[in-house]
Design a protein around this ligand. Structure first.
Ligand SMILES: Cc1cc2nc3c(=O)[nH]c(=O)nc-3n(C[C@H](O)[C@H](O)[C@H](O)COP(=O)(O)O)c2cc1C
Length: 455
């Protein structure tokens, strides 16, 4: 079979898409506080055979800018944040094949809780669930969870590594054939096939046994989006689907090759880790119509969007600095998202960039933050095919310019063109997310054997 693209929809459980100005777009629907809004999107994505609908998350409103939430809430800059796992269930019940992923934090949640939420969802949605593992980004999140400060960057990843051992350990404590369900013989399950984890480590203690049996896909698919060296090492070790931001095709080619090498160096098969850069698609029946659409989308962005969202992810109040004043080495060192900072340093060509550099180089809060594929179905497919065959990726994370129209355009205009070229699936391969992504089903016995061998 030809190599085919993995397509993922980049969703938010909030008032706007990834693009804050999307709520101001004239054709965006504003019923984002209802299940119908999310179910409508889910059905559209499933019509288009999209592999996965995935929710990002942050555990606080973006209130770092000016030190108060007034700017973000007043202008609707990601000013609502509902629990994505709950919304994912709502969408799952309106679909049969669409994969559903949610972000949950390893810094602020407990591993037993995360393991149980995702294992339960994976059973209720018959093996269609993925977990986007994030270490979270700012002190507003810390303050909501009873901490005075956000944990230091590399320590967050150390905690996340141990978090994964606990979660995956619990997911494997019920062996695949532990359930017997013999009413007459009064044998519900084979207790010798249900194990305690007995984890004791620097960050966590968790005993088990876990309280949720295995799902049809073994356990949820693991997703990650770390960009720094430490983040990529984490992704190379654990992730099966990796989201990235590539500044351009050339950078993408290099970073993609380097990451696949890191996966191989971690002893894993690079073909079984899909890499998908975030992008915006603006597609219409003619080039002219696409450019008109693009102009409407660009007009929906406001300057406050960038400042609020950069402050949020770098954990620094960008309102406290002159627009053209360079950041000091100390300030730069303290920024939370290292991959983001490094991109701005590289492409501004400045060791000490200014607020203006961060706004202009990152494009945050505007469509310039990600690669924009704009044009007719043919020209958009040409551009995506170039990235895919370079290769700079295994697929794409499709961010939305307006809701739900951006996904309706992708499904009605772009997907048929990609299918016609043999670049995208005409139907789902199976019913679980692992089947649809071509990923192996993990076996609990393998995990137990590896654990015994390590003892
Ligand atoms: C497509 C994409 C989606 C992301 N989604 C989230 C998210 O939902 N929540 C979050 O805290 N960080 C999110 N991130 C940020 C990463 O998880 C990670 O925190 C960030 O890349 C910083 O890691 P680094 O310091 O290793 O670069 C996302 C990144 C990308 C590229």
């Amino acid at each position: 079979m030809n190599r085919m693209m993995t397509l993922v929809a980049f969703l938010q459980a909030q008032n706007c898409s990834n693009l804050p100005g999307s709520w101001r777009h004239p054709s965006t629907m504003l019923d984002f506080l209802t299940p119908e809004y999310y179910q409508r999107i889910a059905r559209t994505l499933e019509d288009g055979k999209i592999h996965l609908a995935f929710f990002d998350d942050r555990l606080a409103l973006p209130d770092l800018y000016t030190g108060h939430h007034a700017e973000a809430v007043g202008a609707g800059v990601r000013a609502v944040k509902m629990d994505p796992a709950t919304i994912l269930m709502t969408m799952g019940l309106a679909t049969q094949k669409l994969g559903l992923g949610s972000t949950y934090s390893t810094t602020y949640y407990e591993p037993f809780h995360v393991a149980r939420v995702f294992a339960t969802m994976d059973l209720m949605l018959k093996g269609r669930v993925g977990w986007n593992i994030v270490t979270s980004l700012n002190s507003a999140e810390a303050l909501n969870f009873g901490h005075s400060e956000h944990m230091e960057h590399d320590a967050r990843y150390d905690r996340a590594d141990e978090f994964m051992q606990v979660v995956i350990g619990h997911w494997n404590t019920w062996e695949d054939d532990a359930l017997i369900l013999d009413k007459i013989g009064n044998r519900f399950a084979d207790a010798t096939k249900v194990h305690r984890l007995d984890h004791v480590g620097p960050y966590f203690k968790s005993r088990g046994p876990f309280s949720v049996p295995r799902s049809p896909q073994g356990h949820p698919v693991l997703i990650q989006a770390g960009q720094s060296g430490r983040g990529q090492a984490f992704a190379a070790q654990w992730a099966e689907l990796v989201f990235v931001i590539y500044h351009n095709l050339e950078a993408g080619k290099q970073q993609y090759a380097a990451f696949k090498q890191a996966v191989a160096a971690a002893g894993r098969d690079p073909a079984q880790v899909h890499v998908a850069p975030a992008c915006y698609v603006i597609v219409a029946e003619s080039e002219e119509a696409a450019l008109t659409k693009r102009a409407v989308i660009e007009a929906s962005a406001k300057p406050v969007d960038a400042l609020v969202l950069i402050s949020e992810v770098l954990n620094y109040d960008f309102g406290a600095k002159g627009y053209d004043e360079p950041f000091t080495d100390e300030e730069l060192a303290a920024f939370s998202w290292h991959g983001f900072r490094e991109r701005v340093v590289t492409y501004s060509g400045k060791k000490n960039p200014t607020v203006r550099d961060f706004v202009e180089v990152s494009g945050r809060g505007t469509i310039a933050e990600h690669k924009v594929f704009c044009g007719t179905p043919k020209s958009v497919a040409d551009q995506m095919e170039e990235w895919f065959t370079a290769p700079a990726c295994d697929g794409f994370v499709l961010a939305a310019t307006h809701m739900p129209g951006a996904y309706e355009d992708v499904v009605r205009l772009l997907v048929p063109e990609l299918q016609h070229r043999g670049l995208f699936q005409k139907d789902y391969r199976g019913s679980t997310l692992r089947e649809n992504l071509g990923l192996p089903i993990p076996r609990a016995a393998d995990w137990h054997n590896a654990r015994k061998a390590a003892e």
